[in-house]
Design a protein around this ligand. Structure first.
Ligand code: C2E
Ligand code: MG
Ligand code: MG
Length: 782
């Protein structure tokens, strides 16, 4: 008997289905009346047929179509048995009863059950009519063979009635053509299997006529085998179909671009996979009579759930496995999406602070500019650069520096609204996009930022003072994201040059002065690469004798005929990284001049060269210095590193220092006393000389405390076994104090000698050698 799967039942074909049931019901009523008047002959058959029909009905052949299918059951073999054994009326009543019981025991919906009962009865009525007509009134009067032919034709008629009515119902429901459902893959197989299978009923009837009756039981063997073979073929076909659904789903999953799409696809695919429409995604796990699997979308707990039903095509276990396989496919898609999301996030955010990066910020600024123009509002771009942050890394290490930057990022975010954007541009540079603001809003945001940073930070147990220079640019007409970035950058530099720890709003004049600085950078770059720098030398003198014991090489640069102060161009060189190349030029010039200096001094003078921490971090620094030494013709080389460039935690620089120090190149700490030096710092580094900063000698002749301070610096240096050079001696009274109170061994300053070109230095050296006591005898040399 053919049945439509319950899930496909819908209202469009309901009238047809009800009609089929109605006609069937009427027929059963009619035959029951006839039967009651004739008197039933074989009531015992009821015990046999009802359970047999129910069992056989569980093993149908399933004819597939993508949108559903028809199940063809072989229970009509029992109908054939009944037709051969009892009267047609009795056979029909017993059969109708069996079909009703069998249908009611399934999990189908009510309308499906009614329809299936209806077609069972109608098909049986057609089969009984044809059977009686071919065979004649009863088994006893039948010609040999005619009963078998009657069974075969009746089975064919039963199948046809049943199959055609089912096809019409499916066609009505799906608004398709009946032919499509009649002629489908498997129809021929069903017809070919159906008629021979039904003749098993005839065989049973023949066996039952001759005692002993139990020979009938032998039929159970071929019957059982056939039913199991049918089930195996149905499930095999279903498994193959499921594999192809899974394969398609896996291929499609690679093309989905968001989580919503993946969830929709998995619901759709599970519906196709299990042939069930009642599939849903929800937050709760499956309950009783449900099966489900958890979706791993990485966001929240979600389950995909379907009804648990034992069906001809599959078992609940098979359904569960299929569901899990589908969820595994979706998990792959989810993790691919997550990976893409992570990568997009990484590409658009700063790794350390997780703030948006420059690219994302500029996109947002572009968007905000467009919005502000439409709404008639204003946006502001704040360029925030921390003041003096670089030494933090050098002194406390990169991990501590990073922690400060993360802290700064958090404070900046706290200073503005949630809708504003805080981004990290790199290093110690941050930027903020403030939307829908006026000048007062921006001023108070800047004040909040400066106040928040002004609280300082704790680094490795030290209280570090923090401040920032902020450049502000407003997004007025004609501005683009790039121009706002550039203008706020220029304003930030202006804030730095006005003394840091403040904010400056961009105006055109700032742009011009910045442009001049840029020109200066380019000009310095060109001079450095052409080696177009000069050196002057400033002697270093032994205080007690006035003898020149060393000379310090100081770089000089002229740009467009104007002398640029060393503080200015050295700062530019530091900021732009040009200082490495500049240092190479200075070292080369010093090496070239050294033999002449040595000769003029009579063979006992060192040449000091200033080097920057950036130079010392270069991997070939040691090799470079060794090459310079080789060219110096035996003159001693001293390397001065400024205390501001703290290198105490910089292992590469320390290693280079140690190597060179081991080879006899002494290091001097320049500008000592104003930077990061501690006594521990001095012990840690291979230093031979300290040069006290100019500021310490400034007031030694006027103020006792200044003098005492310089005294203690000198004593401390000497106690550590270091040579001490006091810089900035400009007046005779300073020199007196130095000699009489401070007792510093060496001095450097305008009073003694100004920095001078090489030729002048050579004369001064020669004179110095010739005079017995140069300082006592001599007036200040210029
Ligand atoms: P520094 O190494 O401490 O050099 C001493 C500075 O003090 C020189 O300034 C010198 O002219 C100045 N000076 C000397 N005696 C007196 C004095 O009695 N009174 C006053 N007020 N100043 C005095 P300069 O040449 O302007 O150099 C400034 C700084 O630029 C240097 O300070 C040094 O840190 C840096 N510098 C100069 N040449 C180089 C170089 O070749 N490489 C590097 N990395 N830095 C350099
Ligand atoms: Mg120096
Ligand atoms: Mg100095």
């Amino acid at each position: 008997m053919a049945r439509r799967p319950a899930a496909l039942f819908a209202s469009r074909s309901s009238w047809f289905d009800l009609g089929v049931f109605g006609v069937g019901l009427a027929m059963v009523a009619y035959y029951s009346v006839v039967l009651v008047s004739d008197g039933p002959s074989a009531g015992w058959l009821f015990v046999l047929t009802v359970p047999l029909v129910a069992v056989i009905a569980r093993f149908p052949v399933v004819l597939d179509r993508a949108d559903g299918g028809i199940e063809v059951g072989f229970e009509s073999a029992i109908l054939m048995f009944l037709l051969c054994t009892v009267t047609p009326q009795e056979a029909l009543v017993l059969w109708s009863l069996s079909v009703t019981v069998s249908q009611l025991s399934t999990a189908r919906r009510a309308m499906a059950k009614l329809f299936n009962i209806g077609i069972g009865v109608l098909g049986a009525a057609v089969a009984a009519t044809v059977f009686t007509w071919i065979r004649g009134p009863g088994p006893s009067g039948a010609r040999p063979g005619s009963e078998l032919i009657a069974v075969a034709v009746a089975a064919a008629c039963y199948f046809t009635t049943d199959f055609v009515l089912s096809a019409v119902s499916v066609a009505l429901e799906t608004s398709t053509r009946v032919q499509e459902h009649l002629l489908q893959r498997g129809t021929l197989f069903a017809v070919a299997a159906f008629v021979p299978f039904d003749s098993l009923g005839y065989l049973g009837a023949v066996l039952s006529r001759r005692p002993p009756w139990w020979t009938l039981l032998l039929l159970a063997v071929p019957l059982g085998l056939l039913l199991f073979a049918t089930r195996a073929s149905t499930r095999g076909a279903e498994n193959a179909r499921r594999l192809s659904v899974l394969f398609d789903a896996a291929v499609r999953a690679q093309t989905l671009s968001d989580t919503r799409q993946v969830v929709d696809a998995v619901v759709d695919d599970v519906r196709r996979l299990l042939r069930m429409t009642q599939v849903e995604v929800r937050a709760t796990p499956p309950g009783a009579n449900e099966l489900g699997a958890q979706l791993h979308d990485g966001q929240r707990d979600r389950w995909i759930v379907a009804p648990a039903r034992h069906r001809a095509r599959s078992t609940t276990t098979a359904d569960e496995q299929a569901l899990k396989a589908m969820v595994a496919v979706s998990s792959d898609a989810f993790s691919r999406l997550r990976m893409t999301e992570d990568m997009t996030h990484l590409a658009r955010h700063d790794l350390l602070t997780n703030l948006p990066n420059r690219g994302l910020l500029l996109d947002r600024v572009e968007h905000a500019l467009a919005m502000s123009r439409r709404r008639g509002t204003r946006i502001a771009f704040l360029f925030v650069d921390l003041d003096g942050f670089k030494p933090v890394n050098d002194r406390f290490g990169h991990a501590a520096g990073d922690a400060v930057l993360v802290d700064v990022a958090r404070r900046l975010s706290d200073c503005v609204r949630q809708s504003d954007t805080v981004a990290r541009l790199g290093g110690d540079e941050f930027a903020l996009l403030l939307e829908d603001v006026n000048v007062t809003d921006v001023a108070s945001a800047c004040d909040r930022i400066l106040a928040s940073l002004g609280r300082g930070a704790q680094v490795a147990g030290h209280q570090l003072s923090l401040s920032a220079s902020i450049g502000v640019a407003f997004g007025d007409s004609g501005e683009t994201a790039d121009s706002m970035l550039r203008n706020s950058d220029l304003a930030m530099y202006e804030a730095k040059s006005r003394g840091k720890n403040q904010y400056v709003e961009y105006e055109r004049a700032i742009g011009r002065s910045r442009l001049q600085r840029l020109e200066l950078v380019e000009s310095l770059r060109a001079s450095v690469s052409a080696g177009d720098l000069s050196l002057v030398y400033q002697p270093i003198v032994r205080v007690s004798t006035g003898r020149i014991t060393g000379v310090e090489a100081l770089a000089r640069w002229r740009s467009n005929g104007v002398d640029v102060p060393p503080d200015v161009f050295i700062r530019i060189a530091e900021d732009t990284g040009l200082v490495v190349a500049l240092g190479d030029v200075v070292l080369a010039h010093a090496a070239r001049d050294a033999p002449a200096i040595l000769a003029a001094s009579g063979g006992d003078v060192n040449v000091s060269v200033n080097v920057s921490a950036k130079q010392m971090r270069e991997p070939d620094f040691v090799a470079k210095i060794e090459r310079v030494l080789a060219l110096m013709g035996g003159a001693g080389l001293v390397l001065e590193i400024t205390e501001r460039d703290s290198i105490a935690n910089d292992t590469a620089s320390l290693k280079a220092m140690q190597t060179l120090s081991d080879r006899g190149v002494p290091f001097a700490i320049d500008d000592f006393g104003i930077g990061f030096s501690t006594i521990g710092y001095l012990q840690q580094m291979p230093v031979r000389i300290i040069k006290s900063d100019l500021s310490f000698s400034e007031g030694i002749d006027r103020d006792e405390r200044s003098c005492a301070l310089l005294c203690s610096i000198t004593m401390m240096g000497q106690a550590l076994g270091l040579d001490v050079v006091v810089e900035g001696i400009e007046r005779a009274s300073q020199l007196e104090h130095l000699r009489d109170h401070v007792h510093a061994p060496y001095a450097q300053g305008y009073l003694l000698h100004r920095p001078m070109p090489l030729d002048q230095l050579l004369t001064v050296l020669a004179d110095n050698r010739a005079v017995a006591n140069p300082v006592v005898a001599g007036a200040p040399r210029t």
